[in-house]
Design a protein around this ligand. Structure first.
Ligand SMILES: *[C@@H]1O[C@H](CO)[C@@H](O)[C@H](O)[C@H]1NC(C)=O
Ligand SMILES: *[C@@H]1O[C@H](CO)[C@@H](O)[C@H](O)[C@H]1NC(C)=O
Ligand SMILES: *[C@@H]1O[C@H](CO)[C@@H](O)[C@H](O)[C@H]1NC(C)=O
Ligand SMILES: *[C@@H]1O[C@H](CO)[C@@H](O)[C@H](O)[C@H]1NC(C)=O
Ligand SMILES: *[C@@H]1O[C@H](CO)[C@@H](O)[C@H](O)[C@H]1NC(C)=O
Ligand SMILES: *[C@@H]1O[C@H](CO)[C@@H](O)[C@H](O)[C@H]1NC(C)=O
Ligand SMILES: *[C@@H]1O[C@H](CO)[C@@H](O)[C@H](O)[C@H]1NC(C)=O
Ligand SMILES: *[C@@H]1O[C@H](CO)[C@@H](O)[C@H](O)[C@H]1NC(C)=O
Length: 409
């Protein structure tokens, strides 16, 4: 059958009354009075196992979360889910698409308004994991000790970044796109804003909490799709990366932050993407690549972070914002499947002492509880692998953990 907005909204009224003590029934009963999620109600009644499927690990206790398996379900409102459903006229396609998407709408803890009040925002693991039909991973990053401490060992899924915007609304960062992105998911937004807003409604149901979002959240994509979808600000970076061999590595290396000078920044630097020899360009881009996903709420002033080129970048947090060396972050926490992108207003410059072995300057405690760990010991067994060999990423990976005892992810 074909789902339409009208048919789903009509169904919603007929299912509200049922309540048999299962999760779906509990959710339906809890949202029965809401008039902004009628389409979602209809969808649940058409796919009564959806919630159970998405939550199965949490339900059967195999997820090991601090919230005891209780979660926060983000329910897209009617406008948001309407444009999503329009992309999937075929029921089977819709069901296949819904599993990962709904998994990304499950936060791995019951979170209410008070949980979102941190001024620096919150990195929140979801249930999204695995890969899409083309074999692209949804979650090519590993959870940080800090995240697992807060949410539990089972909180291994891809993250959302949330920041309070007003009194009752939270900005949710997924990835950004201008709607022309080349990922297979790019149509999902179809004109929606790239930053979703979450209404804090603190609804309760047997599965935990629910909140309402104004968009269907797009799972993070590889760096290349993400950077290309931001062509208004990052086309010069794309040009630069196209000239080098770096894309394959950027797309497939876990735990990456791309510090991405915007096109104005490239212009101010004399358009190195056009003129610089490829070797120098490669070097400059590796200078802007970090081996940890630096979600901004984990950054502390004075922190030093190793680059893929074995230099150190110094983080400054001051009244004017977040800085990496002399470059200011103008767009933060654009999530990719293997980490994230921060857009910078200039190409970073490095001073001579940036490449010393920079013993950490005492700012290593961001409260994340990470002590320098030698978790990279098995990374070196493929250093004859082509791309990584050329870029010496493996070597740097090994060095990076020892170089900076940064308390990141
Ligand atoms: C749970 O409740 C939903 C909605 O009322 C219903 O469609 C479904 O059959 C129920 N599932 C079980 C296992 O009882
Ligand atoms: C819990 O659910 C997961 C996912 O469906 C499954 O792999 C696992 O075997 C289940 N565990 C138990 C104890 O049922
Ligand atoms: C959310 O807030 C509650 C109440 O303050 C707290 O107990 C809980 O630990 C918080 N959850 C997370 C994941 O921080
Ligand atoms: C990614 O980061 C996590 C958390 O710090 C770490 O455990 C894991 O080993 C890292 N993976 C790689 C390949 O660096
Ligand atoms: C569950 O997580 C806690 C910490 O989050 C950890 O100490 C414990 O060993 C984990 N249990 C299992 C069975 O994985
Ligand atoms: C970079 O290469 C990709 C793939 O060939 C292409 O689609 C894209 O337009 C190129 N970017 C620029 C800015 O030329
Ligand atoms: C903030 O830090 C940046 C980077 O170090 C610096 O350039 C800027 O002047 C600082 N601004 C203020 C107001 O301290
Ligand atoms: C990084 O640079 C330092 C200082 O120049 C050097 O001692 C170290 O061997 C380098 N590490 C790697 C992995 O290249």
């Amino acid at each position: 059958m074909r789902f339409t907005l009208a048919s789903l909204a009509a169904l919603a009224t007929s299912v509200a009354a049922q309540s048999s003590g299962n999760l779906t029934a509990s959710l339906l009963s809890s949202i029965s009075d809401r008039d902004d999620v009628g389409v979602f109600k209809g969808l649940l009644s058409q796919l009564p196992t959806l919630i159970d499927d998405v939550l199965s690990d949490a339900k059967n206790g195999s997820k090991n979360l601090t919230g005891n398996g209780q979660v926060t379900l983000l329910i897209p409102n009617d406008v948001a889910i309407g444009s999503f459903l329009a992309e999937y006229p075929d029921t089977e396609d819709l069901q296949a698409a819904l599993m990962p998407v709904m998994s990304y709408h499950v936060m791995a803890a019951p979170l209410k308004g008070t949980n979102f009040t941190q001024p620096n925002g919150l990195t929140i693991p979801t249930f999204l994991d695995g890969e899409d039909e083309s074999g692209t991973s949804y979650n090519l990053r590993a959870p940080a000790p800090a995240i697992q401490e807060q949410y539990g060992q089972g909180a291994t899924g891809q993250v959302l970044f949330a920041k309070l915007e007003g009194l009752d609304s939270v900005k949710l960062r997924t990835r950004q796109g201008d709607g022309s992105g080349q990922s297979s998911q790019s149509g999902l937004r179809s004109g929606m804003g790239q930053v979703a807003m979450m209404d804090i409604v603190d609804g309760e149901w047997d599965g935990g909490v629910y909140q309402i979002v104004n968009a269907v959240l797009e799972p993070p994509a590889p760096c290349s799709n993400t950077i290309r979808s931001l062509k208004d600000s990052l086309s010069a970076l794309d040009t630069a990366l196209n000239k080098t061999d770096l894309w394959a590595t950027l797309n497939t290396t876990p735990n990456v932050t791309c510090l991405a000078p915007n096109t104005d920044a490239f212009q101010s630097a004399g358009n190195p993407q056009d003129d610089l020899p490829v070797d120098d360009l490669t070097q400059a881009l590796l200078d802007h690549t970090l081996h940890s996903p630096t979600y901004t709420n984990y950054l502390v002033d004075g922190m030093k972070i190793a680059t893929a080129s074995n230099k150190t970048v110094r983080v400054t947090l001051n009244d004017t914002g977040i800085w990496f060396n002399d470059a200011k972050v103008v767009e933060e926490n654009i999530l990719t499947n293997n980490g994230l992108v921060h857009v910078l207003d200039r190409v970073m410059t490095f001073t001579d002492d940036d490449s010393d072995d920079g013993s950490d300057d005492g700012s290593d405690d961001s409260g994340s509880g990470d002590s320098s760990e030698d978790d990279d010991s098995d990374d070196s067994d493929d250093d004859d692998e082509n791309v990584a060999g050329v870029l010496k990423l493996n070597g740097v990976l090994v060095g990076a953990a020892a170089l900076v005892a940064f308390a990141l992810l």
